[in-house]
Write a protein that binds this ligand. Structure first.
Ligand code: SF4
Length: 367
């Protein structure tokens, strides 16, 4: 591949010839090794935007079927703007981080209302829209409109941080990494260059064990030369997950189960779940449930326990089944003012539910 051994550092970065070489090496590698992904075969800003939002925090192989289903159900930005939120959340179900789905919906409506259904072309205009950060804006502007805009997602941050052995504290490194990304992006091929950077991070310069011997930048990379590439860039301190513990109760009445909708804001906003009672003081689950629902719950039975990791929280839910010894119209006091529905198990799939609730559904093959 003819790598030069010229040293690269932030003080002299970028030497114009180094930039030219790095671009050429990366694009040559991408031509051979780049992944063939459906959103790379289109210039439709809507499809590219959907893929970019899905790919935030989620791996390509998980995203692929969701992306395809989404574009069949809602092929244009107007279709998304006109869809009801329930449909949007249902299409998103299982991808996690549901704020992304809600922001897609809001942004589609803003594009239709404020831009006549036509996507803005520059990263600066795109960034104003809900849920579109600087990097996503750069990706859409470069991929859909061929603009010379930089990106800096987690993969790119890692590759560039290692290439230049950036060891500043995370807040300061961020500005440097943006500058490096902006200087490196190839004005002749911004789309391919940015996609190549993402691929390099995803397949070669991986978080735990970078495959430096397969890397087109191995000769210039300061991280590799340090012998400890995984030290770069310095990561923010880990946030400690807080614990949520409680009881999910499957309340049955006439073959139907009570579902309640979570509030429009906060964790898992707008999704449906079985009534969940947080345990305080660590009592027995039956006791916790009786305190919340009173004595119209009968035949309490333990079905098991599920655990789930959210970004900053860990949930442990004991699962109980109970019979509701009243009619469908007489609701437990603690539910009365919440959006709710009595639903037979065969209709549960029609409700957008978070992953931890799906785990509950699978506990006893209730579905
Ligand atoms: S040489 Fe190694 S550490 Fe440097 S960019 Fe390539 S894979 Fe990453």
């Amino acid at each position: 591949m003819g790598h030069s051994t010229a040293k690269l550092s932030l003080d002299d970065f970028p030497e114009p010839e180094q930039v030219v070489r790095l671009r050429a090496q990366l694009l040559e590698w991408y031509g051979r090794m780049g992944r063939d992904l459906p959103w790379r075969r289109t210039r439709d800003p809507y499809a590219i935007w959907i893929s970019e939002i899905m790919l935030q925090q989620t791996q390509v192989k998980t995203v692929l079927p969701y992306y395809q289903r989404w574009l069949i159900a809602l092929p244009t930005v107007t279709d998304l703007a006109d869809a009801d939120l329930e449909t949007v959340l249902k299409l998103w179900e299982g991808l996690g981080y549901y704020t992304r789905a809600r922001n897609l919906h809001k942004t589609a409506q803003a594009i239709v209302k404020e831009h006549g259904g036509v996507f803005p072309e520059t990263a600066r205009q795109l960034q104003v829209l809900p849920g579109i950060g600087r990097s996503t804006a750069g990706a859409i502007a470069s991929s859909a409109f061929g603009r010379c805009e930089a990106i800096l997602d987690a993969n790119v941050r890692r590759v560039l941080g290692r290439l230049l052995a950036v060891d500043d504290p995370p807040a300061r490194a961020e500005a440097k990494l943006w500058e490096i990304s902006q200087r490196l992006v190839d004005p002749q091929a911004p789309h391919n260059f940015n996609q190549a950077l993402m691929d390099l991070g995803a397949t070669v310069c991986t978080a735990r064990s970078p495959l430096c011997l397969l890397c087109p930048w191995q000769a210039d990379c300061l991280g590799r030369r340090s012998g400890e590439p995984t030290r770069f860039p310095v990561r923010p301190a880990r946030t400690v997950r807080s614990e949520i513990a409680g009881v999910s109760v499957l309340i049955e009445c006439q073959g139907k189960f009570l579902l309640v909708r979570r509030p429009e804001r906060g964790l898992l906003a707008g999704l449906w779940e079985f009534p969940f009672v947080e345990s305080v003081g660590g009592g027995e689950p039956e006791e916790t449930v009786r305190m919340a629902f009173g004595n119209r719950l009968e035949s309490l039975e333990r079905l098991g326990q599920v655990e789930h990791e959210f970004t900053h929280r860990h949930l442990t839910a004991q699962v109980l089944w109970a019979r509701w010894a009243a009619t469908l119209d007489e609701l437990p006091d603690c539910i009365e003012h919440r959006e709710h529905a009595w639903v037979a198990p065969e209709h549960w799939p029609e409700y957008a539910m978070p992953a931890y609730v799906r785990k509950i559904c699978r506990l006893q093959c209730l579905q």
